[in-house]
Design a protein around this ligand. Structure first.
Ligand code: MN
Length: 286
């Protein structure tokens, strides 16, 4: 069993643009404890009234990492300088490898804006190794139907395997470094041991319900546990029906120097990123 290294609770919400009331459960400002992950924003279910103009975040850049967006409720529309565009709905995932640089916008879809409703979304930032930070951008749109659901032993629930492998089932996301991203639906009164590869950083985020971790620590909604990197399973016992996100990955182990939407390895590379963005070398939305 893996020891819990850190618990995160009571994170205050803040707005990202006018579309996403998020809690940042961790960020690169806390150092390298979460390596290879840089940031997790989770927007709990929030009711939006119909609107004439879509709410969200306008044109902005990214360089040096990937953004992984998981929609639970509502519909998100995206457009970027590499020519990718599309909307993703409940259960869908957008895996955007910004790498050398991309400019994009993230808004509620036109349809969702017109009708209003409940929006719920998570965005994870995954770091890239130095040698891939300036690779060409990539984009994976992963539909809910492509994501296999593994039935957990002892009727404990299901795991949608977005990335990595669980019980012989591999998720569809192509990752640069070894990663696990599992979307868990857990049943009240049941227990499960989740096998996470030895050496991987492991994080559990409870989004709904309550879960007992390792027989002692209780996590309620919008609380997070960070585990140590030793070998061993993560043992969960569900107090009430719950949804949780399990994130794990091999640490990259390189310096993290970040400023806003740029995450590089040195100050010089950050200055270069700002220059490249300002001079249009990350492209434009057309
Ligand atoms: Mn963005």
């Amino acid at each position: 069993m893996r020891a819990v290294q850190k618990i995160v609770r009571n994170v205050p919400p803040h707005w990202v643009g006018d579309g996403f009331p998020v809690r940042s459960l961790f960020s690169y400002q806390e150092g390298e404890a979460f390596d290879p992950f840089l940031l997790l924003d989770y927007a709990e279910p929030y009711e939006f009234a119909p609107a004439t103009a879509p709410r969200g975040v306008g044109e902005h850049p990214h360089r040096g990492f990937e953004t992984v967006t998981i929609v639970y409720q509502g519909e998100l529309e995206h457009r970027d300088s590499a020519g990718n565009a599309g909307s993703i709905g409940p259960g869908d995932v957008q895996w955007m490898t910004a790498a050398a640089g991309i400019v994009h916008e993230e808004f509620h879809s036109a349809r969702f804006s017109r009708e209003g409703g409940t929006f719920e979304v998570a965005q994870l930032w995954v770091n890239l190794p130095a040698k891939q930070k300036l690779s060409p951008p990539q984009y994976q749109e992963i539909r809910s139907a492509q994501i296999p659901a593994v039935t957990l032993p002892h009727a404990a629930g299901t795991a949608r395997v977005i990335a990595g492998e669980l019980a012989g089932t591999r998720g569809p996301a192509k990752t640069v470094t070894p990663l696990e991203v599992w979307d868990l639906e857990l049943k009240a009164g049941h227990a499960v041991d989740l096998p996470v590869p030895e050496g991987h950083t492991a994080i559990l985020v409870v989004q709904r319900g309550a879960v007992q971790v390792n027989g002692s620590t209780r996590l309620a909604a919008v609380e997070l546990a960070l585990f140590d990197r030793a070998a061993g399973d993560i043992s969960l016992r569900c107090e009430s029906d719950a949804r949780a996100l399990l994130l794990a990955g091999a640490p990259i182990g390189e310096p993290i120097v970040a400023q806003g939407p740029f995450v590089m390895n040195s100050r010089d590379e950050i200055h270069q990123a700002i220059k490249d963005y300002q001079s249009g070398r990350m492209g434009h939305l057309t």
